[in-house]
Write a protein that binds this ligand. Structure first.
Ligand code: ATP
Length: 244
């Protein structure tokens, strides 16, 4: 297997001095999806925020693309190719789909001269957004709004895409559609870190799974080694400590 693009090792992090993640390690590889699973409050979002540079690293290390990220400001991590789609589909509801993409690209530092070309690239990935490009984003379905949010993050051609609960608030049939779009993004070599509550939907598209509970890793293995989904769900709910 190729070297990981992102390697988090023994991470302890939290909010200011408050520590909520104690010892978390996981990797994300180019062209592959790592799913970070675990029950509510287990520390998934907090770990993503530490990778994005929004939460402090109390202990451990975050290596990305051959260098340590310690002390690198959040905006510089964005420039280095780390894109983060926060939970809850943050689109500008009154702006059109196209304006959302342009604003997303602009805020990520994409040069004005290339914004339109980047938009066209996003339309190739998500044709429905081209169809709806003149519509206010708030008029789109939940799944389509999630694609707008992901499209915004992709405007700057990231190497690492971090998605926090893209299935949140979506009907099951729509979750499958959004997940298959996410899976297709791997083809370009993008490394994807996917935080999810929807365990089965995440496992369907993931290559590797890391489960957290109370700020620690309880399971870490390639998806092809998962042979019992019910056991995995139990581990994710904190009802078991391993999948064996
Ligand atoms: N801004 C904050 N200040 C202090 N503590 C926080 C803050 N945000 C989250 N926490 C706490 O950190 C812990 C981990 O939360 P986190 O959001 O990382 O969990 P999660 O696994 O992403 O769960 P969820 O699926 O509910 O988002 C929880 O105990 C939570 O209450």
């Amino acid at each position: 297997m190729t070297a990981p693009l992102l390697s988090v090792d023994g991470l302890a992090t939290g909010y200011g001095d408050l520590r909520v993640v104690w010892n978390v390690s996981f990797q994300v590889w180019p062209g592959r999806i790592t799913a970070l699973l675990g029950r509510n409050g287990s520390g998934k979002t907090t770990s993503l925020r530490a990778v994005a540079g929004l939460n402090p690293v109390h202990a451990g290390s975050i290596d990305y693309d051959g260098r340590r990220l310690d002390g690198v400001a959040a905006h510089k991590r964005v420039r280095a190719g780390i894109s983060y789609v926060q939970e809850g589909k943050r689109v500008f509801r009154n702006q059109t789909v196209e304006e959302n993409l342009l604003l997303g690209g602009y805020s990520l530092g994409v040069r004005r001269s290339t914004l339109e070309a980047e938009c066209a690239r996003i339309y190739e990935l998500f044709p429905i957004l081209q169809e709806k490009r003149k519509h206010p984003a708030g008029s789109l379905s939940g799944g389509q709004q999630q694609m707008v949010a992901i499209g915004q993050a992709l405007m700057a051609k990231p190497k690492l895409l971090m998605l926090d609960e893209p299935s949140g608030g979506l009907a099951p049939a729509i979750v499958a559609e959004v997940m298959s779009r996410i899976a297709a993004l791997k083809e370009s070599g993008l490394a994807i870190l996917l935080v999810e509550q929807a365990v089965e939907a995440a496992v369907d598209v993931a290559d590797h799974v890391t489960v957290l509970d109370v700020g620690k890793v309880t399971l870490n293995l390639p998806v092809d080694q998962i042979d019992d989904m019910e056991r995995l769900k139990d581990v994710c709910m904190g009802r078991r400590t391993d999948a064996a």
